[in-house]
Structure formats: structure tokens, C-alpha cells
Design a protein around this ligand. Structure first.
Ligand SMILES: Nc1nc2c([nH]c(=O)n2[C@H]2C[C@H](O)[C@@H](COP(=O)(O)OP(=O)(O)OP(=O)(O)O)O2)c(=O)[nH]1
Ligand SMILES: [Mg+2]
Length: 323
């Protein structure tokens, strides 16, 4: 897989603007424009020599009359429309001043993240919608143990959900499919109660049987598949360690990936790591959100965002957080 060159693409800055209630602002493109009539995340073309952050500030002032006070990179998406190649540089805006309104006469709407899927967006926007719906922390569960220990496991998980975790990957390598399925049902009920997203790191059939559950493909499952499992209603994620695995995951249409190991971990001492530079290279090549994994905790989020990632995923640092 070659490191792509986007220098000839039309560079666009766009914003996922969130208000204090967690709603996101979308606007409708005028009929006569490229991708007209579809909903978009506000923004526009970056002028020659202009920094992305400055372009975003200018566009949000021109289009909505707001001034950014808090923003960070969210995701970069290259897309070929045939008649135009765009590189969407999408930032998340969590703070702004002013009352957002359509200054160019365009309709605007504040919608909750889950409702974004009901709006018609340009084809390039699918990963932006995913990134807007995903949190910046992903908890991967430690081994849940034998059924007798599941009560304690579920109570601990509940405390983590109470603490704000909204993405859980159930990882239970030692369980047989029937036991995995039984535990998945209990974990799914708990996650549903908190409005948290669940990925089952187990047989694809287990996710098909549980409403709203997604599936996480480990290296072996990713290698076996030639097409995306599950319908569009369940998320599919994959574990990637290099560009080749990333390309495979993208080619079957996964929604997002976990890239590891970024730093050394206690579970794999001495194993080679990607480092922050390796993470940056993989994020640049990815067209879907990336969770950075391996020896990381919540304090590394900033660094992960600057490297192009959605956030960080962890077992230890999120299961037993330091207070
Ligand atoms: N702003 C924005 N543009 C998007 C999104 N998705 C997507 O494919 N695009 C494409 C459509 C356009 O080809 C390009 C944005 O260019 P634009 O024409 O809207 O740029 P602009 O706001 O500077 O408008 P103008 O100066 O041409 O009036 O990016 C999105 O979510 N937001
Ligand atoms: Mg625009």
C-alpha cells in the first residue's frame, strides 16, 4: 500500500460543531451547488496558503456567524467524486461564541448524534458521521473469567459506564461460543441502558443475534473475510497493526479500526511498537476513524488527536482508571 498523495485534491475544512447538550449542527447545501440538496457539516474551501484552522474560523463566520473557541482535528477524508477530488479536513468544535444561523440562507439543524444517520449526506461523509457518533475513549474488557465471576465483571463494567464510557469492546478469548453469547446478552443489556455502543470481539453470528451490537474483527477473523459482515445497522471494527491490514479492513468496508501497539504494553513486553509516528502514518492512510491502542490512557488523547486518531482505546487504563 502506497502512502497517498493528495496534493491535487480540493482541500476543504469542515466542522462537526457540538453544543453543550451534545447535539451537532448540520446545514443543507443549496440545490445548484456541487452535492446540492444534501446535508453537510459547515465549512468550505481552504484558500492558497491558508492554515486549516484559519479557514475553518473564516468559513464558520461567513456561513453561520460563529467564532470558534475550542476545536481539534477529528478526521481527514479523501474522496473521489469523479468530477472532483476532495480532501475533507474535519475538525470537532466543542466551543464557540455566537448564535449559529444560516447566513447564506441555508437551512441549519441541531440534531443528536444518533439521528445523523437519518439525513442524506454526500458520499464522502459516511466516516464523518461515524466519527461524530463515536466517543474518544474505547474500553476493551479484560478477561471476564468463569461464569461464577461474571457478576463481579458486570458490576465493574456498570461502574465504568457510570463513569462515562460509551464504547465497549467485549473481549473474552477463553470463552466457547455459547458462553460468549450468554455473556454478550448481559453486556448488551447493560450497555443499552447507558446508551453505550457495544462491539463483540467474537464470532460474527453472536453479533447478528444481538440487536444493536457491532462486531470487532481480530486479525484472524479479518483475514478470513472477503466482505463486510453484518448489515448497515451494526458497526464493524477491525484490529490493524500495519498498512496491509488497514487496507484489508478498508476494502471490506469496516466502520473504524483499532491500531496497535502504539507504545509498549504490559501484556506484550518487548514486542515492536508503532510509536506516535507509526500511528500518524496509519491515520493518514485511513479513511475511517482510528482508535490508538497499546500502552495508552485518557491522558494520551491529545497526542492521539494530533496524530489523526479519533481517540484512544485501552484495557487497563480504562478498567482501573487512576483517580
Ligand atoms: N463543507 C462541506 N463540504 C463537503 C462536505 N462533504 C463533501 O463532500 N463536501 C464537498 C462538497 C464540495 O465539493 C466541497 C466543499 O466546497 P464548497 O463549494 O462548499 O466550498 P465553499 O463553502 O468555500 O463555497 P464557495 O466558496 O464555493 O461558495 O466539499 C461536508 O460535509 N461539508
Ligand atoms: Mg461551504
Amino acid at each position: 500500500m502506497q502512502t497517498p498523495d493528495y496534493s491535487r485534491f480540493l482541500h476543504v475544512a469542515a466542522a462537526v460543531i457540538c453544543d453543550q447538550a451534545g447535539r451537532i449542527l448540520i446545514a443543507r447545501r443549496a440545490e445548484h451547488r456541487h452535492q446540492g440538496g444534501l446535508w453537510e457539516f459547515p465549512g468550505g474551501k481552504i484558500e492558497p496558503g491558508e492554515a486549516v484552522g484559519s479557514a475553518l474560523q473564516r468559513e464558520l463566520d461567513e456561513e453561520l456567524g460563529v467564532t470558534i473557541t475550542d476545536a481539534r482535528p477529528l478526521i481527514r477524508i479523501p474522496h473521489d467524486y469523479g468530477d472532483r477530488q476532495v480532501l475533507l479536513d474535519v475538525w470537532r468544535v466543542d466551543g464557540f461564541e455566537g448564535v449559529a444561523h444560516g447566513r447564506e440562507g441555508q437551512p441549519v439543524a441541531w440534531v443528536c448524534p444518533e439521528a445523523l444517520s437519518q439525513y442524506a449526506f454526500p458520499a464522502a461523509n459516511r466516516p464523518i458521521v461515524t466519527a461524530a457518533q463515536l466517543p474518544d475513549l474505547g474500553l476493551i474488557t479484560p478477561d471476564p473469567g468463569r461464569p461464577a465471576e461474571w457478576g463481579a465483571f458486570l458490576r465493574k463494567l456498570e461502574s465504568r459506564l457510570n463513569g462515562g464510557i460509551r464504547l465497549v469492546q467485549l473481549r473474552a478469548k477463553a470463552l466457547q461460543p455459547s458462553a460468549f453469547r450468554a455473556l454478550s446478552e448481559q453486556v448488551a443489556a447493560l450497555c443499552h441502558r447507558f446508551g453505550a455502543h457495544l462491539l463483540l470481539n467474537g464470532p460474527v453470528e453472536s453479533a447478528e443475534a444481538i440487536p444493536h451490537a457491532g462486531v470487532h474483527l481480530n486479525g484472524a477473523r479479518l483475514r478470513e473475510l472477503t466482505e463486510r459482515p453484518l448489515g448497515p445497522e451494526g458497526w464493524v471494527s477491525a484490529a490493524c497493526h500495519d498498512l496491509e491490514e488497514l487496507e484489508r479492513a478498508l476494502s471490506i468496508g469496516v466502520d473504524f479500526v483499532f491500531v496497535s501497539p502504539v507504545l509498549p504494553t504490559a501484556s506484550h513486553p518487548g514486542a515492536p511498537t508503532l510509536g506516535w509516528e507509526g500511528l500518524r502514518v496509519l491515520c493518514k492512510a485511513s479513511r475511517v476513524p482510528v482508535y490508538a491502542l497499546g500502552g495508552l490512557g485518557p491522558a494520551d488523547r491529545q497526542r492521539a488527536w494530533q496524530s489523526g486518531a479519533q481517540g484512544i482505546a485501552a484495557i487497563r487504563a480504562l478498567w482501573n482508571p487512576i483517580r
